[in-house]
Design a protein. Structure first.
Length: 326
C-alpha cells in the first residue's frame, strides 16, 4: 500500500513538472516518450463522396501505421457537429486537433478555445477564412483555385474554335472552400471572355444524388448545354445518369469536366462519359501524421503545405487506372 501511494505521488509530481499528462503543446513530453503517448483528435466532414471515403481510410491507416492514437469523428456534413467534436477534444486534452472544415467561415470562437487550451490545430484538406492565422499551425491540402483554373484551361483549348460554350456548373457544398475556389478558378481562367457562358450554377452538395437531381433540373430548363463543370467526380457521375435518362450521350452530346480523379470517375473518363478530370488527392494521411508529430513536439511547420496533383484525359485514365489506389 505504502509503495502504491509512493508511486502515485511520484506520478503526480511528474505530471506537475511536465505541465499536463497528455494535453498542451508540449505533446508527448509526459514521460515514457515515443508516439505511443500521442493522441490526435480528428473531425472529418462526413462521407459525402468517393474522395471523402478514400481520405478517411488513408488518414486512419496512416495513424495506425505510425502507432498514434486517433480519435475520429464524422460530422455528417454539419459545422455544429464539428464544433462539438473540437470542444470535446479540447476537454479530453488531446495533443493535437486536426479537422477538415465543412465550410470556410465561423471558426474563430472554437479555434480560440483550442488556442487558450494550448492545443495545436492542423487544418487538413479544407481551409478556414479566419483573419488570424495564429489559430492554426498548418493547412495541408490542395490548391482549389488552381484546380478550377486547370478545368478552365482545358475547356478553352477544347473549344478554341467554337463561337460560344454553354456551361452548367454543379457546385460543391455551399460555403465550402473547394466549392468557393473551384468556382473562382474556372471564372479566373475565362477572364472577361463572353464566349464562355455559365448559364446555370447550383449546388449538388458534392454527392452523386445531388448532382443527378440538379442536372435533371438543368436539362429541363436549358435545351442547349455544351458542357457540365462538376466540382467533383460524384456529381459528374450523377449528371451522367441524368443525361442518359434524358436520351443524350454524356461525353459527346454534353461534355463533362470534373475534379477529384477517384476510381469511378476515372472509369467514366476511360469509358468516354467524362472528358477531363483535374486531380485532387485524398491521400493526406502520411503528411498529416508528420505534421501532427512535429507540432506536438513544439516544432514549427510550414503554414501552407500544398498537395501535388495532375490532370487526366481518357488515355491517361486508362493508363493510370490499374495502379489507382482509390
Ligand atoms: O473534392 C469532394 C469532397 O474537400 C477536396 O470534398 C475535398 C472535396 C472533394 O466531397 O469530392
Amino acid at each position: 500500500m505504502k509503495k502504491f501511494i509512493g508511486l502515485a505521488v511520484a506520478g503526480a509530481l511528474l505530471v506537475a513538472m511536465t505541465g499536463c499528462a497528455s494535453g498542451g503543446s508540449g505533446g508527448d513530453g509526459a514521460g515514457s516518450g515515443g508516439d505511443g503517448d500521442l493522441v490526435v483528435g480528428f473531425s472529418q466532414v462526413g462521407a459525402e463522396s468517393g474522395w471523402r471515403t478514400a481520405n478517411t481510410k488513408d488518414i486512419q491507416r496512416a495513424f495506425k501505421d505510425a502507432g498514434i492514437e486517433l480519435k475520429f469523428s464524422d460530422a455528417q456534413g454539419k459545422q455544429e457537429n464539428q464544433i462539438k467534436a473540437i470542444r470535446s477534444y479540447i476537454q479530453q486534452q488531446v495533443d493535437v486537433i486536426a479537422f477538415s472544415p465543412v465550410v470556410e467561415s465561423g471558426w474563430d470562437t472554437v479555434l480560440n478555445e483550442a488556442k487558450d487550451a494550448g492545443i495545436p490545430v492542423v487544418l487538413t484538406d479544407r481551409s478556414v477564412d479566419s483573419k488570424d492565422d495564429s489559430l492554426y499551425e498548418s493547412f495541408l491540402g490542395s490548391d482549389f483555385i488552381a484546380e478550377g483554373e486547370k478545368a478552365g484551361e482545358w475547356i478553352k483549348t477544347e473549344y478554341a474554335d467554337a463561337d460560344t460554350v454553354k456551361i452548367v456548373e454543379l457546385q460543391g457544398t455551399t460555403g465550402a472552400a473547394p466549392a468557393n475556389d473551384r468556382a473562382k478558378g474556372l471564372r479566373d481562367a475565362f477572364g472577361d471572355d463572353a464566349k464562355y457562358d455559365i448559364i446555370a450554377s447550383q449546388t449538388g452538395d458534392f454527392t452523386r444524388a445531388g448532382g443527378k437531381q440538379v442536372m435533371e433540373a438543368f436539362l429541363k430548363s436549358n435545351p442547349e448545354i455544351d458542357l457540365v463543370y462538376a466540382h467533383n467526380d460524384d456529381m459528374g457521375l450523377g449528371a451522367i445518369e441524368a443525361i442518359e435518362a434524358a436520351g443524350k450521350t454524356p461525353g459527346t452530346d454534353i461534355k463533362i469536366v470534373t475534379v477529384d480523379a477517384v476510381h469511378d470517375g476515372m472509369q467514366a473518363l476511360a469509358d468516354g462519359k467524362i472528358n477531363f478530370i483535374v486531380e485532387c488527392s485524398p491521400l493526406l494521411g502520411d503528411q498529416l501524421v508528420d505534421i501532427a508529430q512535429k507540432v506536438a513536439a513544439g516544432e514549427t511547420v510550414e503554414k501552407r503545405i500544398v498537395t501535388e496533383e495532375t490532370t487526366f484525359t481518357a488515355d491517361q485514365a486508362k493508363e493510370a487506372l490499374p495502379d489507382r489506389q482509390y
